[in-house]
Design a protein around this ligand. Sequence first.
Ligand SMILES: Nc1ncnc2c1ncn2[C@@H]1O[C@H](COP(=O)(O)OP(=O)(O)OP(=O)(O)O)[C@@H](O)[C@H]1O
Ligand code: NI
Length: 336
Amino acid sequence: MAEDLVLDIKDLVVHYETEDADVCAVNGIDIQISKKRTLGLVGETGAGKTTTALSILNLIPNPPGVIKNGSIHLDGKDILKMSQEDLQKVRGNDVAMIFQDPMTALNPVMTVGEQIGESIMLHQNISKQEAFEKAKEMLKMVGIAESRAYDYPHQFSGGMKQRVVIAIALACSPQLLIADEPTTALDVTIQAQVLELMKQLIQEKEMAMLLITHDLGVVAEVCEDVAVMYAGRIVEKGTADDVFNHMRHPYTEGLFDSLPNLKQRGEQLVPIRGLMPDPSDLPPGCSFAPRCPYATEACTKSIPPLKSVEGSKTHFVACTAYENPDFSLRRNENGK
Ligand SMILES: Nc1ncnc2c1ncn2[C@@H]1O[C@H](COP(=O)(O)OP(=O)(O)OP(=O)(O)O)[C@@H](O)[C@H]1O
Ligand code: NI
């Protein structure tokens, strides 16, 4: 297991120190991802997901961003201690990142074949001609006819553009693929196809993937492991089965209750009351306490650590309520 570890983040703390505030975007998180596995990082807007992703490439804009603490090992190498030169190599060869809007990653005045070919040439010492032939193969791999290599991005639909972006990302055979809301801009049916493709490629190429999303439906589709992030902390993590079928954190329950598109739900949608706290002014104790239907005074006293759930090696939760051994979430009561 340990030798398969691709990404190992320990106690990462990232702030944005702006003129008028100290934004505590990421407040001490741990993430591990092994080969052939996908971890879904879920949470509301502003939870710190993208900040976490950018940290992995040491791409936090500085100023105002500052990585205050932590280590990030990629295949055993500490990213945060690397020289700029080594970092550049890692960015091109070991990690690839895909964003929500495929157009930002594509050049409108180059054919997609040329663009994929260019990415291949950055990593392999081959001629333009050979790279173009390989680009065609990559297109086929992502389900696009080879003949389309001669077309320009605007001739493709949104879903196909994102497939092209995936082909470019995979041209360097990265060990880790970071996908930040990769399908949010796509239609639901296309979304499922692109996710299915990514899932299949992770297995085939023996990569690891960090999939960032606010959509638990997407996580259910693709991820073996899940980390739920709230106000810069991971409040619950585990296998998809742990988090979907045996959830422990009131925030996770809140996310499920407010979700429109998960199969097993017959109930009414209930949004989580209130808003996530301002990360430059976090409340004392558990950050979710002000919105939590189960919160007691104890929850506002100290920040609950992420503790392993009794009897499980994979499931962790950060919630003071479990100091009472009889506590259980409303959703779990019937199932107990
Ligand atoms: N350059 C910046 N300067 C100041 N604050 C920033 C900067 N970038 C992000 N933040 C703040 O850091 C916090 C975390 O932002 P981040 O983008 O990591 O969240 P996220 O979980 O990815 O959200 P979303 O789902 O909206 O993409 C937010 O409060 C955000 O406003
Ligand atoms: Ni984001």
